[in-house]
Design a protein around this ligand. Structure first.
Ligand SMILES: CC(C)(COP(=O)(O)OP(=O)(O)OC[C@H]1O[C@@H](n2cnc3c(N)ncnc32)[C@H](O)[C@@H]1OP(=O)(O)O)[C@@H](O)C(=O)NCCC(=O)NCCS
Length: 151
């Protein structure tokens, strides 16, 4: 993919593209209200990736004491498997560490192979499992975490 890419902190102006990518990425997408809640939360970190001026991916999470919880990560289906997801993940972890978090935690669908591989390659390890955590389709959640103090 040619063109310039850069990271941005997300705001309400990105809502339309966020929803487009979200709806094409998840069977149970977040609502606009879900995004608005996190975008307005001072304890959240909402990072976007622009390519040639267009939003192609995002990573959102929130702080709870010294933990950073990665709540959402997605890349436009047309732009996947080119390293953008990994770049977004590494950047949000670094920003979270710079803001004082020492650990990142997340939940991922057991059947979501792409995301589980991505997280494992980024240094996350599975630390637990919640049975029947997701619906439509039903699935277990794998709980993953990694130390981010030294990033
Ligand atoms: C998960 C997701 C963000 C990955 O984004 P991406 O830009 O395609 O990821 P990358 O190209 O950076 O790939 C990162 C690593 O994951 C692995 N990976 C990516 N897609 C994969 C797939 N379908 N199967 C197996 N491994 C995969 C790659 O091997 C890659 O490692 P490498 O760079 O060493 O080859 C993207 O697939 C997505 O948006 N999925 C839908 C939303 C989602 O499931 N989000 C996660 C919620 S927990």
């Amino acid at each position: 993919m040619s063109g310039e890419s850069c990271f941005v902190l997300l705001g309400p102006i990105h809502l339309h593209r966020l929803m487009e990518i979200e709806r094409s990425s998840f069977a149970n997408p977040w609502s606009e209200a879900d995004f608005c809640y996190l975008l307005a939360d001072r304890d959240a970190l909402c990072l976007g990736l622009l390519h040639s001026g267009e939003l192609i991916g995002y990573a959102l999470g929130y702080f709870a004491d010294r933990d950073f919880h990665l709540a959402n990560l997605a890349v436009d289906p047309a732009c996947r498997n080119r390293g953008w997801g990994g770049k977004l993940l590494r950047r949000i972890l670094r920003l979270a560490a710079e803001r004082g978090a020492s650990r990142c935690a997340l939940e991922v669908r057991s059947a979501n192979r792409a995301a589980r591989v991505l997280y494992r390659k980024a240094g996350f390890r599975a630390v637990g499992r919640r049975v029947a955590y997701y619906t439509d389709p039903p699935d277990a959640a794998v709980l993953m975490e990694r130390n981010i103090e030294i990033l």
